[in-house]
Design a protein. Structure first.
Length: 168
């Protein structure tokens, strides 16, 4: 009888305390407008480039989420993007040569009339292609990896960490 009660309380506590992962994700990933994020980065980059005394290299990594539509297009991620993401991962998180272990492809999306290619974690690719139809709205949870190089190149990567077609 004691064992039966133990299992009952243990199993019922799991269902009582468990939650959908998305409220937790929503708490950690700020809802943003993709165009606003990109505009802010471009404007900041222009401002920095005007000041010749300023350091020209900066990076950032922030968690954001936004609505988008998948165009159906997929391509292999190029080496320039891998290198940029690796520099951010190394500087921010101490992870050397990390990108190639988690990313193979970039997927094309349209958000607020802006087309953009975004890397997606390998572990998500099969589920993403099964669940998300072409031109269907999707909520993307991304790690925005931003790099402005000393050669004045601006990189904005939105590494897809999770997605939801049922966000409402």
């Amino acid at each position: 009888m004691k064992i039966m009660l133990f299992y009952f309380f243990t199993l019922s506590s799991f269902s009582f305390f468990s939650q959908s992962k998305f409220p937790d994700w929503d708490k950690n990933y700020i809802l943003k407008n993709l165009n606003t994020v990109l505009s802010e980065e471009i404007n900041y980059s222009k401002k920095i480039q005007k000041d010749t005394t300023a350091v020209m290299y900066y990076i950032a990594a922030t968690k954001i989420r936004f609505l988008s539509k998948f165009t159906g297009n997929v391509r292999k991620i190029n080496q320039n993007n891998i290198d940029s993401m690796d520099r951010v991962f190394m500087t921010k998180f101490g992870k050397k040569n990390f990108t190639k272990t988690i990313v193979d492809h970039e997927y094309e999306f349209v958000a607020n009339d802006t087309k953009i290619w975004m890397p997606i974690q390998k572990v998500l690719e099969d589920d993403f292609l099964k669940e998300i139809n072409k031109n269907a709205p999707v909520l993307l949870y991304t790690l925005h990896l931003n790099e402005h190089t000393s050669e004045r190149q601006l990189f904005n990567h939105f590494l897809i960490s999770e997605f939801s077609k049922d966000w409402q």
